[in-house]
Design a protein around this ligand. Structure first.
Ligand code: SF4
Length: 339
């Protein structure tokens, strides 16, 4: 998958979530004049993706627009057309915090859904009833797929969010019964875990959820649940070693680079890239190239140089975690939680 930042503005600044938002610090540094990715830049990126085999393969799987809030970009539909020419599967992720169905941001999303793109969203309980719910209802009439991201700061938050989704899909008719069943399985399992282990560890949580499917394709509607850990992020934009729901457990990220594969490439608006889900707050120092300014050869050269650093750096991180010294910086410049 290629994750492409198309917009730095998230339209939710100065709201309550900002201080915990993992993209706030990296994106707030982008000058207002450069908030929107431009079609000309998108074209440069698309041309470069075509020329690099590895990127081309990732694009065939999926190109995902993110940010910031993609619907804030006035050129979004044009950018969609550009990337749609190089990928059969272009999606975007929205906060769906949009005031009405006449707003230009919503109309852009409608255009994209009508053109065959898919829209996924993150549930924000504070704006669910007023903004998200009525538009989600319209989304169900425009596409037959949906992924819902649920960010949780405590495990019980998940139960609340699942209940919100259950109530919503319970009102949508028989087509969504498999979706309801999937949500109910998640709720049951989490409640059972909380009853048995109210202070469960991350490993216990993962074990409890291990055999539950995150997707269902039954009934002509594909639905997926993505449960995402919340992290504290410091004033320099660096995330904590531990997540909010599991503050006693070191949270590690399995870097695929030392394992010899690249499954995802995240492209910042500046063209800078990281071969993982980094949105700018991981502060990975080894360079992976710039999709706007570097040649394909230069990009591949930088990935290879960085691969060596990942191999030695992740081994040191693992050792530091085993020795009870998580967070110790390593000279390779990779984040301390990457193993
Ligand atoms: S070391 Fe960490 S931040 Fe760097 S590419 Fe790997 S997973 Fe991403």
């Amino acid at each position: 998958m290629l994750n492409i930042f198309v917009e730095a503005n998230c339209n939710r600044y100065v709201r309550d979530e900002c201080t915990y938002c993992h993209v706030y610090e990296p994106l707030m540094q982008i000058d207002r004049s450069q908030w929107h990715l431009l079609p000309a830049q998108a074209q440069v990126m698309a041309d470069k993706i075509r020329q690099i085999d590895l990127f081309n393969q990732l694009a065939q799987q999926e190109i995902n627009f993110t940010g910031g809030e993609p619907s804030q970009n006035p050129h979004l539909v044009e950018i969609f057309h550009i990337f749609r020419k190089i990928s059969p599967n272009v999606r975007l992720h929205t906060n769906l915090d949009i005031q009405s169905n006449t707003h230009s941001r919503w109309l852009r999303l409608v255009d994209i859904m009508k053109l065959g793109g898919r829209v996924d969203f993150t549930l924000y309980p504070t704006v669910w009833e007023k903004h998200q719910k009525p538009l989600l209802q319209e989304i169900l009439g425009l596409q037959n797929e949906l992924i819902v991201n649920m960010i949780f700061e405590q495990v019980p938050d998940l139960v609340t969010q699942i209940e919100t989704m259950k109530q919503f899909f319970g009102e949508q008719g028989a087509k969504f019964h498999p979706t309801l069943t999937l949500l109910e399985k998640h709720r049951e399992r989490i409640e059972q875990l909380l009853n048995e282990k109210p202070e469960c560890t991350e490993a216990e949580f993962n074990n409890a959820m291990a055999d539950i499917e995150s997707y269902t394709t039954a009934g002509g509607f594909t639905f997926g649940v993505n449960m995402i850990l919340g992290f504290y992020v410091d004033e320099h934009g660096q995330r904590a070693m531990v997540s909010q729901p599991f503050p006693k457990d070191v949270n590690t990220l399995e870097c695929t680079i030392p394992r010899g594969t690249i499954e995802i490439m995240t492209v910042q608006q500046t063209g800078e890239m990281t071969p993982c889900c980094d949105v700018g707050n991981l502060k990975c120092q080894p360079k992976f190239g710039n999709l706007l300014t570097d040649s394909p050869d230069e990009i591949m050269r930088q990935i290879e140089i960085s691969r060596q650093k990942m191999i030695t750096g992740t081994a040191k991180n693992l050792q530091n975690i085993k020795n009870g010294q998580p967070g110790t910086p390593v000279e390779e410049g990779i984040p301390p939680y990457c193993v």
